[in-house]
Write a protein that binds this ligand. Structure first.
Ligand code: 6PG
Length: 249
């Protein structure tokens, strides 16, 4: 019925952050035990800030061997890394500021200087080097969703790309220029975790939960699954008000 979408409706934004932190710990443990490390791609926006802060506090900070975690970005606004809009700045101010166990060489920010196309190609090389020349296969990608059904910086009505990193111009969500992992790269991840809050996303979530991820006309967030067709959705009661029939967790 859910087409691989697991759904947890949290009572509050704090409950959602705690549930997300617990799942991230579980996924990181499994990745480190099975492969010696965890590759995590993070998103920007307002929703995940609480999660990033929570991960620097007990018990989560001690629950993961953070020296084994490499942090990548699902997308980035094409602004300097010290710009208030920068996701690199968001991560620096939250996850990294509170966790010295994460060394700078474990953090792979998307470059945002010079020509965007060149920066996208540069980041694609960074991914290729990290994944030994194989297609990038993140252990976990943390994603949000906009009211229009975008995720990362994949917006409705935009052409698909078979690159691993694409440039987005004229983004409907400011700032206008962004870099983003592409759908094939996101769909190659082992685990996908969406965090969605707010009543303004409720109608879109209902549409998504009735959508087939393999329908290339569906909204970008509807088309996202992990490599085995699954995705985890953690939503608050406002965003999930029409989804109770779909709740699986
Ligand atoms: C970004 C994000 C974007 C975000 C959604 C939800 O950099 O803007 O990658 O995809 O996750 O727009 O944003 P909120 O969490 O602020 O609602």
């Amino acid at each position: 019925m859910n087409r691989g979408r697991e759904l947890f409706i949290a009572g509050s934004a704090d409950d959602l952050a705690r549930e997300a932190a617990a799942r991230l710990v579980e996924i990181a443990h499994r990745a480190i035990n099975e492969r010696g490390g965890c590759s995590l791609a993070v998103s920007g926006g307002s929703t995940p800030r609480r999660l990033y802060q929570l991960l620097t506090q007990p018990p989560y900070r001690q629950a993961i061997d953070w020296s084994r975690v490499h942090i990548f970005f699902a997308d980035e606004r094409y602004v300097p890394h010290d710009d208030p809009d920068s996701t690199a700045r968001l991560i620096a101010e939250t996850l990294l500021a509170g966790n010295p166990a994460i060394a700078p060489e474990q953090v792979h920010a998307m470059p945002t200087e010079g020509e965007p196309e060149a920066s996208a190609a540069d980041y694609a090389r960074t991914l290729a080097a990290f994944f030994d020349g194989q297609p990038p296969a993140f252990d976990l990608i943390l994603l949000g969703m906009g009211p229009d059904g975008h995720t990362a910086s994949l917006f409705p009505g935009r052409p698909d790309s078979d690159l691993s990193v694409a440039v987005v111009q004229d983004s409907p969500k400011p700032p206008p220029t962004r870099l983003t992992l592409t759908l094939p790269t996101i769909r190659a991840a082992r685990e996908i975790l969406f965090l969605v809050t707010g009543a303004d996303k409720a109608a879109t979530l209902e549409q998504i939960f009735h959508s087939d991820p393999d329908d290339n006309q569906a909204l970008p967030a509807a088309r996202v699954t992990g490599r085995d067709g699954r995705s985890m959705w953690l939503v608050d009661t406002d965003a999930g008000r029409g989804l109770h029939a779909f709740a699986t967790l």
